[in-house]
Design a protein around this ligand. Structure first.
Ligand code: ADP
Ligand code: MG
Length: 650
């Protein structure tokens, strides 16, 4: 576990009487295969740049029996599957090179049975050898033809035809094919029946659906789940053995195929090259994205390729010279796969139900243990169960008495009781968590602080009103000033005209014409207006300054009172709060409510009343009215302040 492994690659050469001894040579260790092409025999088959190739593999199987092939290729993978490692064995190669013979073998001759039946046999044999484990075996048989999924075991009476097409689904447990029937098999014979059923369907389908079985990928999967018979062991393992008979790898597309054949060829070529891409990407530790979803084959095998699996690629080749081009291409594929590394890991899972049962058992045991300790320590019967309301109330009362001083100490009984004592300390000492200040401030303004707040708001609105008036007055003054300038200019013009025409005097008085006279009167009037407005503005400014001061004082008062109220309400113990309440014995820093009430006269009302009464008397009354309001405000302010100071002194 955790160690990186290469994809194991083997080559199996199909027996032939016409073996190309001149061109195909094996290394002494049987782990390499050399291909040599004689220049004159190539004739465009292969370009003339290279005539020799050497492929390093994990083993070359020449004239090897089915038995030996299984021993070499599959035995370890299957054995490790029972320990929780996923395994995938794939046969790759051109049509007729022996993939199906290797995978399935002949169903007529036991001796020639292939990897599939042998794997099933090994699984059941190993189960027998492991009485300590309850191991279940399930199988499924999937065919992928032209990117469509077919269940080769759907003909079984209890399966029934599927209504919806099969889909590949991924979940945290792995990849599974929705709609593919998975069959529980309790013995070898059942498993063989399923295998034969699938093989028969494969052949029948090739006739009835007019599909060439060498053009499809077939995946026979053995699912193993092993639970320890020792009940205390809540871990269990799952694994899958995928035995894959791939579609013929020959490049059909080249030779001018059309129609169905071209379609098949395209799908096969694509899926095989996607398979290669996916496996290579898996071997690249820097790669984060593996293109599994490019085709059904790689998607269906997503959790069984590379990664944490044992992977074997068996390349089937012909030994004849005529097939050398495809043989070379197959060997190239094999040698590329050989470079890919995987990291086999156990698929370990936890049986939640068993885990709970085991924990319960352990808990009971520990309680017994505690009881023994208690009796040895001469302690009276101690209860370790969670506390009920009455017990909690009792602790609460103990804590209160302890705080009052009527109880000297609280006896320690057990951990749970200590925790509850602490908890009750918290409950008693912190009756409730104070509300956030902004929230409390809103409450305060509506209740205890409503009077101060009202005065504050009124002063603010008066201030705003004065500011608005000051701005209007300023605008008026500017307008008067502009008109004065224009009038002055006109007057100067008249004057210069008079001087040109020659002025004359009458009895020592300057004689001027009517127009000039009117202009002089207008200017005089404007100057008077200007002065009045200017005086108003100065008064307003003084008033604004005063109001501003008042507003600031009110705000400060409001916040101070709020702080006192907040502390009183949320941090001063209840009994002390009683003493602080109106009529109570103590009043630290509080404004007596009655005094605040004396400010109850609504300044805003007075303001509007005065406006009603005085304004009709003309603009001259404004100054009067202003002075009146100012006095009223000052009076109110002083009254408030005195009240507050008196309250403090008390
Ligand atoms: P593929 O599945 O690669 O298209 P097959 O497995 O169907 O090829 O093989 C084609 C034929 O060759 C079959 O009749 C098969 O029995 C036979 N054959 C293939 N390999 C061997 C072998 N190693 N020994 C004997 N017969 C073989
Ligand atoms: Mg085949």
């Amino acid at each position: 576990m955790g160690t990186r492994k290469k994809v194991h690659t083997f080559v199996r050469v199909k027996p032939t009487d016409d073996f190309a001894h001149e061109m195909i040579k094996y290394g002494d260790d049987n782990k390499s295969i050399d291909i040599h092409l004689k220049k004159d025999t190539r004739r465009g088959v292969v370009n003339n740049q290279q005539t020799d190739w050497s492929f390093k593999l994990d083993g070359v199987l020449h004239n090897a029996s089915q038995d030996l092939v299984y021993e070499t290729v599959a035995k370890d993978v299957v054995a490790q599957a029972l320990d929780g490692y996923n395994g995938t064995i794939m046969c790759y190669g051109q049509t007729g090179a022996g993939k199906t013979y290797t995978m399935t073998g002949t169903t007529e001759n036991y001796k020639h049975r292939g990897i599939l039946p042998r794997a099933l046999q090994q699984v059941f044999r190993m189960i027998e050898e492991r009485p300590t484990h309850a191991i279940t075996v399930r199988v499924s048989y999937l065919e992928i033809y032209n990117e469509s999924l077919f269940d080769l075991l759907s003909t079984l009476p209890y399966v029934g035809p599927s209504v919806t097409p099969m889909t590949i689904v991924e979940n945290p447990q792995g990849v599974f094919i929705k709609g593919l029937s998975v069959h529980l098999t309790s013995q070898e014979e059942d498993a063989f029946s399923l295998l034969f059923e699938g093989e028969t369907n494969r052949i029948i389908a090739s006739h009835t659906m007019n599909k060439n079985s060498s053009r499809s990928h077939c995946i026979f999967t053995i699912y193993v789940e092993a639970h320890s018979r020792t009940l205390s062991d809540e871990k269990y393992i799952t694994s899958k053995i995928n035995l894959v008979d791939l579609a013929g790898s020959e490049r059909l597309g080249k030779s001018g195929s059309e129609g169905r054949v071209l379609k098949e060829a395209t799908y096969i070529n694509k899926s095989l090259s996607f398979l290669e891409q996916a496996i290579i990407a898996l071997g690249d530790q820097k790669r984060e994205h593996i293109p599994f979803r490019q085709c059904k084959l790689t998607h269906a095998l997503k959790d069984s390729l590379g990664g944490n699996c044992n992977m074997v690629l068996l390349t089937n080749i012909y030994g004849e010279a005529a097939q050398l081009e495809e043989t070379l291409s197959s060997l190239r594929f094999a040698s590329r796969m050989k470079l890919v590394t995987t990291e086999p890991a156990i698929n370990e899972k936890y049986d939640a139900e068993r885990m709970v049962k085991n924990l319960e058992k352990e808990l009971a045991l520990l309680k017994q243990e505690l009881a023994i300790h208690d009796s040895l320590a001469n302690r009276t019967l101690v209860n370790y169960d969670p506390m009920d309301e009455i017990q909690i109330a009792e602790i609460n009362s103990q804590v209160r008495r302890y705080l009052e001083g009527t109880l000297d100490e609280i006896d320690i009984i057990n951990l749970r009781q200590i925790q509850e004592v602490f908890n009750q300390f918290r409950v008693v000492l912190r009756p409730s968590t104070p509300p956030p200040k902004p929230v409390a401030f809103e409450d305060f303004k509506n209740e205890r602080g409503s009077e101060i707040n009202r005065i504050f708001k009124e002063n603010k609105s008066i201030l705003n009103e004065r500011r608005k008036r000051a701005s209007e007055t300023t605008q008026r003054i500017n307008a008067i000033k502009r008109e004065m300038d224009v009038t002055k200019e006109a007057l100067n013009f008249q004057k210069s005209l008079r001087e040109k025409q020659g002025e004359y005097e009458n009895k020592g008085l300057m004689i001027i014409d009517e127009e000039e006279f009117l202009l002089i009167l207008k200017l005089k009037d404007l100057k008077k207006q200007y002065r009045t407005e200017y005086q108003d503005l100065r008064d307003l400014r003084a008033e604004i300054q005063y109001c501003q001061h008042l507003v600031d004082q009110c705000r400060h008062r409001l916040l101070t009172e709020f702080d006192i109220w907040y502390n009183e309400s949320f941090f001063i113990p209840e009994d002390l709060q009683v003493a602080l309440k109106p009529g109570g014995s103590i009043r630290p820093g509080m404004v007596p409510v009655s005094r605040i009430m004396s400010l109850g006269e609504d300044a805003q009302d007075k303001f509007s009343q005065l406006q009603q009464v005085l304004l009709p008397e003309g603009p001259d009354s404004v100054a009067f009215y202003n002075a009146k309001v100012k006095t009223e405000q000052k009076h109110n302010y002083l009254k408030t302040m005195m009240g507050l100071q008196q309250a403090h002194r008390k």
